[in-house]
Design a protein around this ligand. Structure first.
Ligand SMILES: NC(=O)c1ccc[n+]([C@@H]2O[C@H](COP(=O)([O-])OP(=O)(O)OC[C@H]3O[C@@H](n4cnc5c(N)ncnc54)[C@H](OP(=O)(O)O)[C@@H]3O)[C@@H](O)[C@H]2O)c1
Length: 344
């Protein structure tokens, strides 16, 4: 049994970590932080967790206390892990960061997109990008893992087989993506109110979203060369879920694309390639750590359309964080992550 802590336990990804770890046979959550709710019992704030964490209460973040644990998750806004990660690593604690703090390898590029200087550039060299389907071996021995963002997970897993095989024009990729409102976090914002976000849909960040450099970096690694991507995210009136519609143009005779995808993801516990002609639904992955994918080639043209869906709070955040923890501590990768989706 390992002991873990969560910094930022009152947000949506924090409570999702608690829900997933309640079912994990090898993990005990012994510390959970919130500055605003310090002293409040977890089960008083989140009744869905009654019976699972009845003695655990939120506390102020304390690096000394957290540094006695085997691993600490950061489910915090960007900048928080920058300030604390180094102190925890020095005490031998492994760090799994759900924020964007260590996702970009270039500190200047990070500063440009996040509007503040990078707070821990010395750690960038050792941070491992936690997309297991790409970096499984490095994750196993990592001390510091940067869990990919939600859109970047759906987009990279959708394009991965095509780019690895060199089948499509990497200079003309288009990712048209939709997210549910929990993607914006639990903090009160006018745009997340029921009367603002329901029965409507809008694009945002069309001329530049913070996930763009992260997706571009990942696709460039896969392609082993430059990539040009148009990425347009949209806010949709659902609570959880990401739907990515990914367009690309063939430059090689593709052979059987269905077989390509099935072979690439054979044995991957958290990616499901659907049968030919399928259209994956976000509700089919609700609450699960699965990325469900379908590949289409409309009218046998040179356009490939990949449909990729995830739950933004699970494979797009907390579930993927637990998948990384499992790899780092030598557990079966899908431990605690195999429950099917909630339907309807
Ligand atoms: N929501 C998603 O779908 C999603 C998906 C992938 C990744 N992420 C990333 O995951 C992180 C957390 O997202 P979220 O949606 O769960 O956020 P959230 O709902 O806004 O929650 C943020 C949490 O961080 C704590 N916090 C805020 N400032 C802090 C500070 N300076 N020091 C310590 N704790 C602090 C808050 O508690 P107190 O203020 O009480 O301390 C709260 O518990 C973000 O970086 C986000 O970009 C989110």
């Amino acid at each position: 049994m390992i002991k873990v802590g969560i910094v930022g336990g009152t947000g949506y990804t924090g409570v999702e970590l608690l829900r997933l770890l309640a079912m994990h046979p090898h993990v005990e959550v012994t510390a959970i932080t919130s500055r605003s709710e310090a002293g409040v019992r977890v089960s008083d704030m989140y009744p869905n967790l009654r019976g699972h964490y009845d003695t655990l209460a939120f506390s102020e973040p304390d690096a000394k206390q957290l540094g006695r644990l085997d691993a600490v998750f950061f489910a915090t806004p960007h900048g928080v892990a920058h300030a604390l990660a180094s102190e925890l690593l020095d005490q031998g604690t492994r760090v799994i960061d759900l924020s964007a703090d260590f996702r970009l390898r270039d500190a200047d590029e990070w500063a440009q997109w996040y509007g503040q200087p990078h707070g821990a550039p010395a750690l960038l060299g050792e941070a491992v990008y936690g997309l297991p389907e790409m970096h499984r071996e490095q994750i196993k021995t990592a001390r510091l893992v940067a869990v990919p963002g939600c859109y970047p997970t759906a987009v990279q897993l959708g394009y991965l087989p095509l780019l690895e095989a060199g089948l499509v024009d990497a200079g003309r990729l288009i990712a048209d993506c939709k997210s549910g409102v929990t993607g914006a976090g639990r903090g009160a914002k006018v745009g997340s109110l029921l009367a603002e976000a329901s029965e409507s849909m809008k694009a945002y960040g069309a001329s530049g979203h913070r996930h763009l450099p992260e997706i571009r970096q990942g696709l460039t690694d896969i392609q082993a060369g430059a990539v040009s991507l148009t990425f347009v995210p949209h806010l949709t009136p659902m609570i959880r879920g990401i739907h990515a519609t990914l367009y690309s143009t063939l430059i090689e005779a593709p052979g059987d694309l269905q077989t390509l995808f099935e072979r690439r993801y054979a044995g991957e516990p958290c990616v499901d390639v659907m049968p030919p002609g399928s259209h994956p639904e976000t509700r089919s992955v609700k609450g699960t750590n699965t990325c469900r994918i379908a590949v289409h080639r409309p009218e046998n043209s040179d356009t490939v359309v990949v449909l990729s869906v995830i739950d933004n709070l699970v494979k797009g955040a907390s579930g993927q964080a637990v998948q990384n923890l499992n790899l780092m501590f030598g557990y079966d990768e899908a431990t605690g992550l195999s429950a099917p989706a909630v339907m309807p």
